[in-house]
Design a protein around this ligand. Structure first.
Ligand SMILES: NC(=O)c1ccc[n+]([C@@H]2O[C@H](COP(=O)([O-])OP(=O)(O)OC[C@H]3O[C@@H](n4cnc5c(N)ncnc54)[C@H](OP(=O)(O)O)[C@@H]3O)[C@@H](O)[C@H]2O)c1
Length: 242
């Protein structure tokens, strides 16, 4: 698929992986809608892109998501690609009972993704085409202590993606890809407030990490395949991690 003049919506575009995806899609000629809660950051990023539209979107709110997608459709007229990258990772040990962190993880990573899919489907069904890319995580496949709820949220996204391919690809020609990164150099770990977990994990240990652009390159790979090819899943780790 030629990305020139395709319209892409990227959630979580204010930072890290989503920001890099928006930038790389723009370089390939996409018209990009950048969405997150931080409109100022989005506008700064948008200054460096050729055809962008920045829109405030809180994926935990039905109304915010609906309004944002209406604005994007009014602005660009269509939506060809949706990248669900908005996410949080407040890792906690279960024994520490951080209920608010658990619920926020599900609210953003699972319910937020569902809200965006719900909002984009009418347009993609009408067009009889589209590509939805869900940024899941390797943690949805390989669970670890402290990653219970985050891993569960990403496992949900991986299985949701599988079911979307079953239901949406044959009838509506919608492609669905889940991307499952290992550790990427971003601000995501700043969400962690469980001090016992932080003390245990030694995050400053120089572990191998991916760059956000490595994930953006995966999005480009999936979106530029011929129409007849759906890249189902991409699991990506830094060299040196098994
Ligand atoms: N970094 C990694 O190692 C890694 C590995 C595997 C998967 N992932 C996944 O990659 C995705 C992006 O994470 P990242 O590493 O790029 O982290 P990041 O730099 O912290 O970015 C997170 C993004 O999510 C947005 N966001 C958070 N809550 C939101 C909400 N309620 N509504 C709308 N947007 C919201 C943030 O925007 P605002 O604050 O402006 O709203 C921000 O743009 C996440 O889904 C994450 O789970 C990351």
């Amino acid at each position: 698929m030629d990305l020139n003049d395709k319209v892409a919506v990227v959630t979580g575009a204010s930072s890290g992986i989503g920001k890099s995806i928006a930038q790389e899609l723009s370089k390939k000629g996409c018209k990009v809608a950048l969405a997150s809660r931080s409109l100022d950051k989005l506008k700064d990023i948008g200054k460096g892109l050729s055809q962008s539209f920045e829109v405030e979107m809180d994926v935990t709110s039905n109304e915010s998501v609906t309004t944002a997608f209406e604005k994007i459709q009014d602005h660009f007229g269509s939506i060809d690609i949706l990248v669900n990258s908005a996410g949080v990772m407040p890792l906690t040990y279960l024994k520490n009972r951080k209920l608010e962190d658990w619920l926020q993880t599900i609210e953003v990573n699972v319910k937020g993704t569902l809200r965006c899919i719900h909002a984009v489907l009418p347009m993609m069904k009408k067009q009889h085409s589209g590509h939805i890319i869900n940024i899941a995580s390797v943690d949805g496949k390989e669970i670890f202590e402290g990653g219970a709820v985050y891993g569960a949220s990403k496992a949900a996204v991986i299985e949701l993606s599988r079911a979307m391919r079953m239901e949406l690809s044959p009838d509506f020609n919608i492609r669905v890809t889940s991307i499952e990164p290992g550790t990427v150099e971003t601000d995501l770990r700043e969400d962690i407030s469980d001090q016992e977990l932080l003390d245990d994990k030694d995050y400053g240990n120089g572990e191998p990490k991916l760059e956000p652009k490595n994930i953006a390159d995966a999005v480009l790979y999936a979106t530029t395949q011929p129409d007849s090819v759906n890249v189902n899943e991409l699991l990506i780790k830094p060299t040196g991690k098994s």
